[in-house]
Every structure is written in structure tokens, then in C-alpha cells.
Design a protein around this ligand. Structure first.
Ligand code: GDP
Length: 298
């Protein structure tokens, strides 16, 4: 970035060694390391990951002079290195339909993400079916129908309060009969009653396996970047409820830079398939570790 831009917006590291123009190089000492740790924790990386990242950056640099630019580059490189192995698009299998179960707490962006995914796969020439499996939330079903219309994809629904597993079974039948490539199944996100939710998800899996014992082929957990470190708890919880195979992080277009993704990659190593960058149908992008690292470091 140009020096002018740096002065206008110091970014994550400007606060450690000052703006480049004022203070070009400072010795990397314990105080600087502590500052760095503190900033990484504030950036939602979590204590363990923040300390490890800071230590890796300090290694070989203690007692030596470093500029903001060098420190930024070191941090961006370290973050990109951690994120590279988890940056993987959702795998496509030669299965018809490929069944994608979408889980996550209410408000995380499940419905929106399903709409975006449906639209992308449709644009890639795939035949897609959506099952509105959160049968207890009429608003979610309506939203999904709107997204289905936008994406040009049929949305299967069931009466409010009816059994989501039975809808999933019907959707599976329909997708098989019509030769659909993909079946996207929305699910409930009520964490208030985990035992119920676990039973509900398990039953959906049980019935779709009656039609294809290898299904679901993907279980995507949708996370909201604005919830910060809370996303770690959500991954822990949903891994107990379902066999999560990959993550999508939404709302990275706002002020949240998604530092929590670094701790998720570090802790769980689950693939990050895509990121949500807005409320419109095209606002779903592949996860790029370098872009992410640059945006995080600022
Ligand atoms: P659900 O309850 O998990 O199904 O969540 P919704 O899909 O209904 O999303 C909740 C809110 O977040 C809605 O207002 C969406 O428009 C919004 N939203 C979802 N994804 C994104 C995103 O990537 N960026 C932004 N800015 N808003 C999003």
C-alpha cells in the first residue's frame, strides 16, 4: 500500500511500531511481541493461535530491527501459510444427487448461502433441488422460496411443524427421479434444545441413507464472521451434532475481518469452502488464503 493510505488507515500493525513515516524500524523485543499477541487476540484469533502465530513471527527476528511493512508481510505470510491447507472448494462427487446438508445457528446466513450456492451450481449447468428443512420456521421457508425463484431452482417445502426427515426423504426421491445433480437441504438452527436438534439431524441422515447409503456427501456448517470467537464454540457444538465436512463463513463484507478463521484452521483443520461477502445472490466467493491474509493484516 502507498504511504498515504497507510497514514489514513494504520491497520492491524500500525499500532505496534507506528506509522512508517514516523518510525521506520524498531527493535523486535518482548514488548513488541506482547503487543503483537494482544492485537492478534483482539482480531479474534483466540489466545492459543495468537500466541503461536506471534511466536512464529518473532522466531529469528528478536533483537533485530523491523519495519511495519516487514512485520505486516511476515504476519500475512504466516496467516496465509496456516490457511492454505484449508482453502478447498466443496468437493464434487460423481453422485446423483450429491446431497449437501447445511447446518448452523439461526441468523448465521444458512438460507442466504443455500440460495447463493444454488445459483452458482445452476450457473455451472447443474440441476439443483432445495429442501426447506427448517419446517418450524415459516419465515425461513418463505425466504428459501424467494431464493429458489431467484436462482431458478425448485424448493420443496412441507407444512409448518411437520417432520423435516420426511421432507428430506421426499426431496431425495424427487431429486433421484428427476436426475438432479445436487440436493441442498436446509436444517433447523435452534441450539436452545441440542438433544432435539441432534435427534432431528440424525433422523434426516438416517432417512436419506435409505435412498443412498453414502449420503450426505457434504455437511456444511455456516458461520457468521461477526460472532468472533463464538464461531469456535459453534464448530465444537455442531461437530457433536453432525459430521461436519466443511465451513462457509458469512458476513466478511462488514467490519469483521474473520480473524477467527485462523483459529478454526489451526484448531480443527476443516476445509473452508467459501465466504459470504454480502446479501446478494452473487456475493459468495471462493476462500483465498492470500487475499484473506492481506485483508486481515490491513
Ligand atoms: P439463517 O437464519 O441462518 O438462515 O440466516 P439468513 O440466511 O436468513 O441470514 C441472516 C441475515 O444475514 C440476513 O439478513 C442476510 O441477508 C444476512 N447475510 C447472510 N449472509 C451474509 C453475508 O455474507 N454478508 C452480509 N452482509 N449479510 C449476510
Amino acid at each position: 500500500p502507498a504511504a498515504g493510505a497507510e497514514v489514513a488507515k494504520p491497520g492491524l500493525l500500525g499500532r505496534i511500531i507506528g506509522r512508517e513515516a514516523d518510525e521506520p524500524r524498531r527493535v523486535m523485543d518482548d514488548a513488541m511481541l506482547e503487543n503483537l499477541e494482544e492485537l492478534l487476540i483482539q482480531a479474534d484469533m483466540g489466545v492459543d493461535t495468537a500466541l503461536r502465530v506471534a511466536a512464529n513471527i518473532a522466531e529469528g527476528r528478536m533483537g533485530r530491527r523491523i519495519s511495519t511493512t516487514e512485520l505486516k508481510r511476515a504476519l500475512a505470510d504466516e496467516v496465509a501459510r496456516i490457511m492454505a491447507p484449508v482453502a478447498r472448494p466443496m468437493p464434487l462427487y460423481p453422485k446423483r444427487p450429491q446431497v449437501v446438508l447445511v447446518v448452523g445457528v439461526n441468523g448465521s446466513g444458512k438460507t442466504t448461502t443455500i440460495g447463493k450456492l444454488a445459483s452458482q451450481f445452476r450457473a455451472a449447468g447443474k440441476q439443483v433441488v432445495i429442501a426447506a428443512g427448517d419446517t418450524f420456521r415459516a419465515a425461513a421457508v418463505e425466504q428459501l422460496q424467494v431464493w429458489g425463484q431467484r436462482a431458478g431452482v425448485p424448493v420443496l417445502t412441507a407444512p409448518e411443524g411437520s417432520d423435516p426427515a420426511s421432507l428430506a426423504f421426499d426431496a431425495m426421491t424427487r431429486a433421484q427421479e428427476t436426475g438432479a445433480d445436487l440436493l441442498l437441504i436446509d436444517t433447523a438452527g435452534r441450539l436452545q434444545n441440542r438433544a432435539d436438534l441432534m435427534e432431528e439431524l440424525a433422523k434426516i441422515v438416517r432417512v436419506i441413507r435409505k435412498k443412498d447409503e453414502t449420503a450426505p456427501h457434504n455437511t456444511l456448517l455456516v458461520l457468521d464472521a461477526t460472532t468472533g470467537q463464538n464461531a469456535v464454540n459453534q464448530v465444537e457444538t455442531f461437530r457433536k451434532l453432525a459430521d461436519v465436512s466443511g465451513l462457509i463463513m458469512t458476513k466478511l463484507d462488514g467490519t469483521a475481518k474473520g480473524g477467527v478463521l485462523v483459529s478454526l484452521a489451526d484448531k480443527f483443520g476443516l476445509p473452508i469452502h467459501a465466504i459470504g461477502l454480502g446479501e446478494q445472490i452473487d456475493d459468495l466467493a471462493p476462500f483465498d488464503p492470500e487475499d484473506f491474509a492481506r485483508a486481515l493484516v490491513g
